[in-house]
Write a protein that binds this ligand. Sequence first.
Ligand SMILES: [Zn+2]
Length: 690
Amino acid sequence: MPEPMQSSTAGNPFFEAWTTPDSVPPFERIAPGHFREAYARALAEHQAEIAAIAADATPPSFDNTIAALELSGRALERVGNVFWLLAGAHTNDAIQEIERQISPQIALHWNKIHTNAALYRRIDAVMRGADGLSLDAEQRRVTERYHTSFRRAGAALVAPAKKRLGEIIGRLAELGTAFGQNVLADEQAPALELSDEAELAGLPDFMRDAMRAEARERGRDGYVVTLSRSSVEPFLQFSDRRDLREKVFRGFVTRGDNGGPTDNKAIIAETVRLRAERAKLLGYDDFAHYRLDDAMAKTPQAARALLDAVWTPARSRALADRDAMQALIQEDGGNFKLEPWDWRYYAEKLRRRQCEFDESAVKPYLNLERMIEAGFYTAQRLFGLTFSRADVPTWHPDVQAWKVRNADGNEVGLFFGDYYARPSKHSGAWMTSLRDQERLSGEVRPLIVNVCNFAKPADGEPTLLSFEDARTLFHEFGHALHGLLSSVTYPTIAGTNVATDFVELPSQLYEHWLEQPDVLRRFARHYRTGAPMPEELLQRLLAARNFNKGFATVEYIACAAVDLDLHSLTQPAEIDPTAFEATALARLGMPHEIVMRHRPPHFAHIFSGGGYAAAYYSYMWSEVLDADAFAAFEESGDIFDPATAQRLRECIYAAGGSQEPAEAYKAFRGRLPSADALLRKRGFAAARAR
Ligand SMILES: [Zn+2]
């Protein structure tokens, strides 16, 4: 791999002040070779800062301990923000190599800080004396967060346990990186290369265009289907060729599960074992208890109770849909039993019949550019935000940037949209930041990023989205607003730095506005004629939104349940991931025709880093909140009700982690929600009453 400028710091952009507009990272000057020395210097600098705080001879105070910690590690954050953005959205062999080296180093660096006994004594002293200090609510909360995270990281442990914890954390970081890189490798392998018309049967034009573009990107003729979700799902939905559907499906569900160098099963077994050991060292029964102790749910039992309440009606709905699809097969003269690779195909046929609604009829009205505008429009109506194009450095020519302003014209920050799939990008969709909002070191405005994987159209063609794609766009933009609207002093509690089972509230809540006729009438316009979506089609689209919801709920809950099972092992035993998955699904009563949305060998949420480990239930937990929160607007009679929107901004989008999640929600809604609004939203309310 290239290793430029190993010995010289000259020209390394990470050692200079950035004079770009809004101090955006000067991407065009940043090369992979810069990261190694930038990391080395930033880590050393942070270590020195921490040593100085820990060794301070003056008695511990908020300023010399907590605020000092908040101001430390800035160089590390600057290089990390850029590095992790590229590692996810535009990686290459050089970056992957650095990632393998640097992940365990960073994990150990933080472990050393979190287990620094002298430092913890000072934090503990500030925490215990907090009542006597004249701290404001935010300072008190930040002190609490430091105390909690140090305690949970093992600061109070004795030396041998601390040493073992350090080993575990370093190893887990290596395993997480390897897991993600294996999945990326498997997804980039072409699943199918097609050339003749018979193989393309049933595929609409938008898919043929995207598949042709995919082939061109790889320097091939014909049409390529990859194993990324954005390529596989429409193929399974539309291809008339049952044999090809089976082939693509089998490739998709065995990502990370093919034996050989990209197989993730040994990584899973070791990760689960080490997490159980880590939880034990910290005094918890198992990893799930450890993880949820610092979440809104508090216990795995609370999370499971929610999953159980929704599982039964969801499964019944899915089985009823399965039977209806089997009847369609018979009607068509098909002499076979519905298999998992048939589900999306026959669901599409069933939808056309039951809802008189055809996914490909909607697509010409869902132009990416217009849907981005729809997201901006909603933010303007709710929060008074405006968006204008910004000419700033980016990491890829496809990336777009906007300057975001408040109603009074004051700048809020910058928003970057990186919407197209490409071989250098991990699959999925996510929000991240190049800089978080804060006021501790002056008025710092956030740089917020959305990354998606929409299929890129041929040159000159518009990007047409499915309704699910449009929903993803709104979802990620909801996260982006959480970062943009953040209004706190201390970075530790800024933006999306909230509990995992609360962080999906701002994103999932935002999806509700996409489903509003007022928004769709304005922005769902035909890409060629500009005509609005016919009212009748719009009504059918909205009526069909809960179609196949049983399937979607089952494939999701299966993941959330298996995640909790994997992390409820009380002894750090060696598991066989395949057998474990089969047993867990059998116990749940998983229908044969549905697979987990993410099978363990490619379940990046929980194994590519620990982001959602024992916390995949969070999406549904947050949905309880978002369904109930949107009802506040409906009850007001105005989906943009200014008073409700103002409360939403203050208590949720701007507040970051400045309160306990339950308190923040109560401040907005006046009470806590129940699961009823969620069951109604998913169309299961009637099923439950039976
Ligand atoms: Zn999300």
